[in-house]
Design a protein around this ligand. Sequence first.
Ligand code: APR
Length: 233
Amino acid sequence: MVRRIVILTGAGVSAESGVPTFRGPDGLWEGERVEDVATPEAFARDPARVQRFYDARRARLAEVAPNPAHIALGRLDRAWPHDLLIVTQNVDDLHERGGAVRLLHMHGELASAWCLACDARSPWRGPLAAGPACPACRTPGQLRPDIVWFGEMPYGMETIDAALMRADLFVAIGTSGQVYPAAGFVDLARHAGARCVELNLDPSMISGRFHESRLGPASKLVPAFVDEMLSAL
Ligand code: APR
């Protein structure tokens, strides 16, 4: 019987809300080079450019809304009486707005700013390019996006590893399986004895490592999957 669930989500879960994915024809990394905007070296070289890139993405959050996949996961979170951890690689806030609470943003959050002067992380909705003061220490010009860039350590890895080691069920939703460590979660969970299910629009790089892959849009697959989970309670 399934009790302990770990769910990993990627850009595909937010695609139908109008948030672009990273890879593929209209992907974010088609228009921008990772090395220009998503590494600590890029930020050191040209902070204004990096800030503008994330300012634009942060501003978009006000224009998008959770879709049926986010809302179904919020419903699962409220109703599931056993362990559940939703790990997202997404930096948008659509899972929260869809009602998810047991949520971990492993790649950081657009709606948060990290102060390089005092190390505080503060909720942040506006732009950072003009170098505003940190709400915690008042130092100006030291806030960076609270985003995990390539070459940086994802957040919450101890919590995630522990949950994967205990999981009965691991579900990956809308992720292409090209970025580690998230792409390796299926191996950890499977090795630890979890059933592994993938819900994705197309076969991913790592489909073969799951026990089951269901293909289709997250807005259809996720609500159906959540219904199945809750009806088995
Ligand atoms: N429903 C389900 N899946 C979808 C949908 C949809 N409507 N639309 C797209 N997908 C799938 C694509 O088929 C693809 O496999 O979502 C996946 C998105 O893949 P990526 O764009 O690579 O996004 P992701 O896997 O989240 O990227 C991981 O890479 O650069 C980074 O840090 C960034 O967190 C991100 C990480």
